[in-house]
Write a protein that binds this ligand. Sequence first.
Ligand SMILES: Nc1ncnc2c1ncn2[C@@H]1O[C@H](COP(=O)(O)OP(=O)(O)OP(=O)(O)O)[C@@H](O)[C@H]1O
Ligand SMILES: [Mg+2]
Length: 473
Amino acid sequence: MSEILVVDDDMSILSAFEQLLTEQGYEVSKALHGQEALNLLSSHRPDLIIMDIRMPGLSGLEVLHRIREIDRRLPVIVITGYGTMETAVQATKLGAVDYHLKPLNPEEVLESIAGALESVRLMERPVELDGESSPAQGDLIVGRSRCMREVYKSVGRVAETDATVLIRGETGTGKELVARTIYQHSLRAAAPLVVVNCVAIPDTLLESEFFGHEKGSFTGAEKKKIGKFEQADGGTIFLDEIGDMPLSTQAKLLRVLQDRSFERVGGSERVTVDVRIIAATNRNLEAAIQQGQFREDLYHRLRVFTIHLPPLRDRRDDIPRLAAYFMERFSGEMAVDKPVLTEDAASELCNYSWPGNVRELQNCIQQAVILTRGYPIRSQHIVKVLSTIAASKAGTDDTPARFGELKQLIHDYLQTYQGNAAHLEFLETAEKLLLSEAMRLRHDNQTHAAKFLGLARPTLKAKLDKYGLISGL
Ligand SMILES: Nc1ncnc2c1ncn2[C@@H]1O[C@H](COP(=O)(O)OP(=O)(O)OP(=O)(O)O)[C@@H](O)[C@H]1O
Ligand SMILES: [Mg+2]
């Protein structure tokens, strides 16, 4: 359970936070002023601090400064009133991960807490490479196959340099684990790691999320904002799913890679930062370049040091080790005996294609342990679990296979064109194409084309009229 220290001189705010946060399952400690918070910190470290910036005695900024001296990575979220906007911006420069204006919006505060704690997890949960001693807590990157040993060598070679790293591999192959390992073994391990998932943020907000914005630079920008790159100054930034970054942001990122500087959205001041960049993607960047969705110059900048994570089906000799590792882990978590895996079950695992890679294997073992609760895991258990996994996947995607390519096109379309007209433009264009193709195949005979499409003839005619598709008449 994560522990949050709330620092505010207003008792009622402290109690409100205590209620909100305990309801969410956090453990809460409280301090009425900065000095009290610092005293607490000398003996005990919470996972996150929420602090009012304006307090009697030591100012919030001074407290923040001291906290940074004690622990550069401890996330601090700052609360501020309208009069103290500039202070909030200074606080972000001092490493506060976020700030919120009073009156507070609990949803937003909870969201930024969750985001900050996720970064902490990435920073602090240790990852070790297979072959070293097994970490008592934390994660192990399991695998001794030749291709994984190559991965470890690359990690070792690049971690302590400041080089930009691009991590590639299918979904679930361990890209995030490798990013964490590089960070934890880097010279910047004591400084923060800022994580941005490029898919999770709408295109229109991504640029300001990355680079910040000046007050009033666009509708909704009521306050000046410090972006992730500025927050990561002195540390590392992890750009996850970089292949899904919109083109406009790519142009700006390219400049950051070239000279480590950028302008905030709506601003003209050049901001220079010292950040190490780690990026990951499961997309085929070469194809994205062909389709005009990824900048070739950015690609060349990024790929200087690339780590490829092999799909699990290409390193099947790692499957038994991985299975044993997950059995140990999940049986421990569930407090049941560590199960054995029968030979049949092991070969079932080794022969499966694992489209979801290690993540899918992990889910499979977890469910098998739940199913057998300490008793041997047999092949029928594996078969059963795999078919449940397949069924739940089918449930989330019931698009007929013949539309697979269309689905990809739609995905790509939405990456590039968003906005008010995206829905209408797409449907109209698709319908127009469908109708004109049917008419072409039926030699402009409306009766035949209507039959072909399963439409009534008057309906088809009305649609052809609408789109101006009636030729020659
Ligand atoms: N080699 C490995 N050893 C142990 N666990 C692994 C390994 N690779 C992946 N995992 C586990 O599998 C899950 C998925 O890994 P991770 O999130 O790093 O994948 P990813 O490549 O970032 O996937 P995505 O592209 O979907 O984001 C995690 O729970 C991770 O701990
Ligand atoms: Mg990932």
